[in-house]
Design a protein around this ligand. Sequence first.
Ligand code: HEC
Length: 167
Amino acid sequence: MNEKKTSWWLVVGGGVLVGLLLVACLALALGLIGPTVGGGYRSNGEQIYFTATSQRGTPITSDTGMMGGGMTTCASCHGPDGRGGRVRMMMRTFEAPDIRYKTLTAEEHGEEGEGEMTHEPYTDETIKRAITEGVEPDGESLDWPMPRWTMSDEDLNDLLEFLKTLD
Ligand code: HEC
């Protein structure tokens, strides 16, 4: 092995290492800063969806006693992206529907794939009613896995705004 070739490899290797270190530092810095800004959530609605707590400090509760009283949030059932899917909870399995705003308010239903329910298109008002009273637009009751939620009007509006951002 000649001298020159070795040092060339050292330079390349060193460069790669420094690069990786920089990327790692950046990721760490972002990770540290992220959560301190608004709890890591871009909006109050997003925080409610993922944690069932409000940045306003107003209480959010549900009638989920039957779920074991654990931390059940919208995301636990409807998924981080709102698309729903199969959920296993309390030794039971059920399908949670797609609750992205665009799906709920769409005219056409039950064609785009699984996880969609057949009902008339939702409006802002009927979506809020589904969340708080557990009824579909036509007044029909939603099945048991869907909790009935109690939260302030402001929090409910924030949550609705968040559902509108899902796509
Ligand atoms: C424990 C599981 C669970 C949690 C937690 C939950 N949901 Fe649901 N949700 C369901 C299920 C299951 C249905 C469908 C019920 C049915 O088939 O009648 C549903 C239905 C809905 C519907 C009506 C969908 C449609 O197509 O008619 C909306 C809107 C909704 N959920 C929003 C929410 C929001 C917002 C939250 C959080 C505040 C939430 N859900 C939390 C399980 C859950």
